[in-house]
Design a protein around this ligand. Structure first.
Ligand code: PLP
Length: 384
């Protein structure tokens, strides 16, 4: 017997983990102040880029002596610049607990061929970050977007480390507290938590990271797009809005508008509270239903942005097909778009809960998830 459809629908069914939902007040008309068709090196362009850097600093509470650069190729570009420019001076420790972290391992071990200890954990678990040697350079992802497992805090990272910490924080920045004193290199992209446009990445450097850049030259050649120094000195312009190559001023404007909105909801604190409330609605749903659970094993490591879910009903015969069918039903009804698990992750769903998502939309979507689960189970029984 077919289940009755839930009465309400989310106003915005966009729960993709990247590009993420635009800010709730988004309107193309809000971008009309973009200096389109002007040089990004003209005063107006430079001022916009500088504002993007300084607003980022202010909202995220990044220390005044940290450098913030807008770089090409989104978060991937920012991480690659850091890996290729900084690693090789000492041994590295590569920590990965999902596919993006695993990608950085491949780069460092197979491409750069750096002497590295590799520490991995299965999807749902996290590497024991207290057992890492921080006198090596440590590379890790703060929030594993494809497993929904995050660092609970930075307590495991010692203040007096000899190595650098290089942290891919793309699905954490603007949703989770980042302990800047424990992070030497931090990266994120605009398309994630603030729902900006893809294209540009942010590269944040501690004074120790700058010191490394100015005292160490890698043995391999660096393309122009990765070069952060000239004649042994940091290229300061990159961190003042003089980008390496041409940025999209439309994307810059969109990011500035998103930062403004972030401020209007209470800045970082407000954004964290919004993500927490969204994730909490899903955690409560999992607690109330014994057929679905968070992929993260330990509650302290459960992400409040990329919430990953697994179906736990042992009547399900083909987990991957089942999860795909549920996601397809939700999409067909227009109640949840792009919620299938990442291609390399265990079968299940992934529901983005960052601050641009409204809790009311999550709450309106969850009864549909229960509906889709029942319908898919019924279809499976019928097919058997
Ligand atoms: C943890 C993590 N790292 C890197 C990336 C790549 O980001 P981008 O496509 O913005 O370069 C993503 C994208 O989802 C991610 O989640």
């Amino acid at each position: 017997m077919a289940m009755q459809n839930p009465a309400a629908r989310p106003t915005n069914p966009r729960f993709s983990s990247g590009p993420c939902a635009k800010i709730p007040t988004f309107d193309l008309a809000n971008l009309s102040d973009a200096p389109l068709g002007r040089s990004h090196r003209a005063a107006v362009g430079k001022a916009k880029l500088k504002a993007a850097i300084e607003e980022t600093r202010d909202i995220l509470g990044i220390p005044a002596d940290y450098k913030i650069g807008i770089v090409p190729a989104s978060d991937t570009g920012a991480v690659e610049m850091a890996l290729w420019s900084l690693l090789g001076a000492r041994k590295a420790t590569m920590c990965a607990w999902e596919s993006f972290g695993a990608g950085w391992v491949t780069d460092v071990v197979k491409q750069l061929k750096i002497d590295a200890e590799v520490k991995t954990a299965d999807y749902g678990e996290i590497v024991d970050m207290a057992a890492v040697d921080y006198d090596t350079d440590v590379v890790f992802t703060w929030n594993g977007t494809t497993s929904g497992v995050r660092m609970p805090n930075g307590d495991a990272i010692p203040a007096d480390r000899e190595g650098l910490t290089i942290c891919d924080a793309t699905s954490a920045a603007f949703a989770q507290d980042l302990p800047w004193d424990k992070l030497d290199v931090t990266t994120f992209s605009w398309q994630k938590v603030l729902g900006g446009e893809a294209a540009h990445g942010m590269l944040i450097l501690s004074p120790r990271a700058v010191e490394r850049l100015e005292s160490y030259t890698p043995a391999w050649p660096l393309p122009k797009i990765f070069r952060l120094t000239k004649s042994g000195k940091l290229i300061d312009g990159i961190f003042e809005g003089a980008t390496i190559n041409t940025p999209s001023m439309l994307a810059v404007e969109d990011y500035l508008v998103a930062l403004d909105w972030a401020r209007s909801v209470g800045g970082l604190k407000g954004l964290i509270a919004r993500a927490d409330a969204n994730a909490r609605a899903i955690f409560d749903f999992c607690d109330a239903n014994d057929w679905i659970a968070d992929l993260a094993e330990d509650a302290a490591t459960r992400s409040n942005t990329s919430v990953c879910l697994k179906f736990t009903d042992d009547r399900i015969t083909d987990g991957a097909a089942f999860a795909k069918a549920v996601a397809k039903r939700l999409e067909a009804e227009g109640v949840a778009l792009d919620v299938g698990a990442y291609r390399d992750a265990p079968a299940g769903l992934r529901i983005w809960c960052g601050g641009t998502v409204e809790t009311a939309d999550i709450e309106a979507m969850l009864p549909w998830l229960a509906w889709a689960y029942e319908e898919t189970l019924a279809a499976q029984t019928e097919a058997a």
